[in-house]
Design a protein around this ligand. Sequence first.
Ligand SMILES: Cc1cc2nc3c(=O)[nH]c(=O)nc-3n(C[C@H](O)[C@H](O)[C@H](O)COP(=O)(O)O)c2cc1C
Length: 347
Amino acid sequence: MNAPQNLSPALDAPPEQELGLGSSQLDRARRLCVAPMMDWTTRHCRYFHRLLAPNAMLYTEMVTAAAVIHGKRDRLLGFDAFEHPVALQLGGSDPDALAQAAAIGQAMGYDEINLNCGCPSDRVQKGAFGACLMREPELVADCIQAMRESVSVPVTVKHRIGVDDQTDYRFLFRFVEALYSRGCTVFIVHARAALLKGLSPKENREIPPLHYDRLKLLKRDFPNACFILNGGLTDSSALQWLNTLPADGLMLGRAAYHNPWLLRDLDEQLFADDARRLALREEVIAPLQRYFERGLEGGVPPTAMTRHWHGLFHGQPGAVAWRRAMAEGHGPATVLAKNSGTLKSSF
Ligand SMILES: Cc1cc2nc3c(=O)[nH]c(=O)nc-3n(C[C@H](O)[C@H](O)[C@H](O)COP(=O)(O)O)c2cc1C
């Protein structure tokens, strides 16, 4: 597809001071991102993912700006320092509220604030945010500006490539251009459109076709912005897109959750040797057990932690026993001891 003919040319460089947004460390971390996933990427999940992928960028579940402002902050936003670098994803469409929530997020220690412009759920649409915001680029640009003025960490956006029948590149270009012109330079692109009528959120992650080629066009038109590819990446063949599109980073959602060892392998392929990186699945058990015990002491229900760790032995002997034990809230070390025959054979 060619560049839109009658649109103003994209700027060569971001207009405001924060080119390269944040430290080079964050740019580096974004080469491998774990997607924001409601009810899934809780702090207990992120801790586990961090053990497996010491260099990746981790995202929280979406938290609405109103919840950040009025809710119980420790419960909603608390996280372990070990999770860094970690980004807070916000939902909302009111610039002042988002600015306030972003400032709270920064004060809580988050490394990046991300705005959700990709969620298609009815609940989110009723609140007039998520994917439907792609139809209002100027409003989103106001939100971005207000957030950027209230924090010094990078403000980024996660979005789709279109909404309903507005799926041509021109629509996407206008959205990105509006945000870029207010200083947003990091875009996480879930490379399928959102169909806001008639599809459930789950169907909206599966039915609309993927169009990775849109990132190629975005990179051509906004060469100094950073585009992270998301949607349907399931194994290490995803790495090809970094060079061929090119993309500045990869974001994995469901595959990372169900087969978390994939994160470890991608981390190894994307980043230099790292003494923190585990060589064997078995090595994650001891630190996970320590985390589990700390959590129990702090009154965390066991399954609130273990339910996110079920995928560790995905595709390996003993995977079913491990998954069952995690669903029941058993401590990782106990499970390993009881199943050492089957689980160890897979190391
Ligand atoms: C259970 C679940 C919850 C999700 N919640 C969010 C969310 O809170 N914010 C968001 O931007 N995307 C959310 N998503 C979408 C993912 O971030 C991601 O864009 C999508 O799953 C496509 O990536 P994948 O094919 O790698 O899974 C969610 C996805 C799943 C499966």
